[in-house]
Design a protein around this ligand. Structure first.
Ligand code: S3P
Length: 445
């Protein structure tokens, strides 16, 4: 734990991003690949698995639940599936670390088991709301105890049989949708989730790829309990949420010309590209192809003069993890950028509205936090947009990586503190960013 507070990024101002790089595997898909392979019949071979702390927490949990997994070895895993009913009770609490996806999806999957489980997390995860999953799961018959505040640790009692429900989600959350659908695999009858707005659909795509029927009628997504999943091969694409830092960095730094190879471009994840293009970014999707039911492309991005925009609300869930980086772009855009309808940012790995507003202000940017978003007055689309200084990431990986990119348009060095959690989603971020041209050095205080 102490190491979490000791890593800092030191950044020299200026520079540009060039060349061809590959970002690590998609975090959301990596989690699901392990979960679904584990409960499938037969073996699954996974490549491109993200070896970050979050997806490794999921992997470790399934080993504790009796699943034999070989690897990871350079992103390759061999999972010996135990079938829908083959998981075994863990002898110790399952530690989800910093990972909301692990905790919320596993709560759904484990609430249908004949044995009890306990799910715990780090201090950040222990502050995050869990009633959004425990309430619909309780409606299905799950018996889950949370803290008085509705947070972890979560105690899941042995199930006495779940029943399918029809659940209209109050928030647009892929984690809630996935949690309820995974419980639905173990429920009597049909389980349906109705989304208030489209969210990432990796669970539905991967269930289908494993031969499990998923029915979708508009915003309503349904599974029927008790079918089988068949193991297979999964090639995890590069994570667009990790690529986003480079899309923004290359857009804001003069003379940049960068290609990001093999990035997942599922339309439920590409909000960041749409937002950046609306701001004037020059991004091309090259060599489009499909990989394991997911669309993939190489992203070519060049520096561009950005302008501030009002971010369309319907794009918010499709870019939910990219706002820390988008705020950096907004600070480098001509005029005002306004984000509303994004209150979910307050319950991420940190309160991202607060963490980003504080950091932007520390770097001399006019940023006004709003209850559900942010107003940012960009500097000019050319020249420096940030003064130098010191920024705290609040232990939030995406806040840390976003502020690192700000150095490309800063007038003096920037220091980003509390960066160890970058390893949850993007191991070797600093090395890859340095390879592309960012002047970044990691320091352990
Ligand atoms: C995720 C869904 C999103 C996202 C998170 C990953 C997933 O969370 O922010 O990083 O893999 O399902 P919400 O469901 O809370 O929006």
């Amino acid at each position: 734990m102490t190491a979490q507070h000791e890593l800092r990024f030191d950044l020299m101002p200026g520079g540009k991003l060039t060349g061809r790089i590959a970002v690590p595997g998609d975090k959301s898909i990596s989690h699901r690949a392990v979960m679904l392979s584990a409960i499938a019949d037969g073996e699954s071979r996974i490549s491109g698995f993200l070896e970050g702390a979050d997806s490794l927490a999921t992997l470790k949990a399934f080993r504790q639940l009796g699943v034999v997994i070989e690897g990871p070895d350079l992103g390759q895993l061999l999972v010996r599936g135990v079938g829908l009913h083959g998981l075994r009770p863990a002898r110790a609490p399952l530690d989800m670390g910093n990972s909301g996806t692990s905790m919320r999806l596993l709560t759904g999957l484990l609430s249908g088991q004949y044995f009890a489980s306990e799910l715990v997390g780090d201090p950040s995860l222990t502050r995050r709301p869990m009633r959004r999953v425990t309430e619909p799961l309780a409606e299905m018959g799950a018996r889950i105890t949370t803290s008085a505040e509705g947070t972890a640790p979560l105690l899941l009692q042995a199930a006495e049989g779940l029943r399918g429900i029809r659940y209209a989600m109050p928030v647009a959350s892929a984690q809630v949708k996935s949690s309820v659908l995974l419980a639905g695999l173990y429920a009597q009858g049909e389980t349906c989730v109705i989304e208030p707005a489209p969210t990432r659909d990796h669970t539905e795509r991967m269930l289908r790829a494993f031969g499990y029927a998923v029915h979708q009628d508009g915003a309503c997504i349904c599974v029927r309990g008790g079918q089988r999943l068949s193991g297979g091969t999964i090639a995890v694409p590069g994570d667009i949420s990790s690529a986003a830092f480079f899309l923004i960095g290359a857009s804001i730094a003069a003379d940049s010309d960068l290609t990001l190879t093999g990035v997942g471009v599922n339309p439920t994840r590409t909000g960041v590209i749409e937002i950046l293009k609306a701001m004037g970014a020059e991004i091309d999707l090259l060599n489009p192809r499909e990989q394991g039911g997911e669309p993939v492309a190489d992203l070519h991005v060049r520096a561009a003069a950005l302008k501030g925009i009002r971010i369309p609300t319907e794009l918010v869930p499709l870019a939910i993890d990219e706002f820390p980086a988008i705020f950096i772009a907004a600070a480098c855009a001509e005029g005002e950028t306004l984000l509303r309808g994004a209150e979910e940012l307050r319950v991420k790995e940190s309160d991202r509205i607060q963490s980003m507003a504080k950091g932007l202000q520390a770097l001399g940017v006019e940023a006004e936090p709003l209850p559900d978003g942010m107003r940012i007055l960009g500097g000019s689309s050319l020249g420096n947009a940030f003064q130098g200084g010191s920024v705290d990431s609040h232990g939030d990986h995406r806040v840390a990586m976003a502020f690192a990119m700000a150095a490309l348009r800063a007038s003096a060095p920037i220091e980003v503190r509390n960066c160890a959690n970058v390893n949850t989603s993007f191991p070797r971020y600093a090395a890859l960013a340095a390879e592309a041209g960012l002047e970044i050095v990691e320091r352990y205080d």
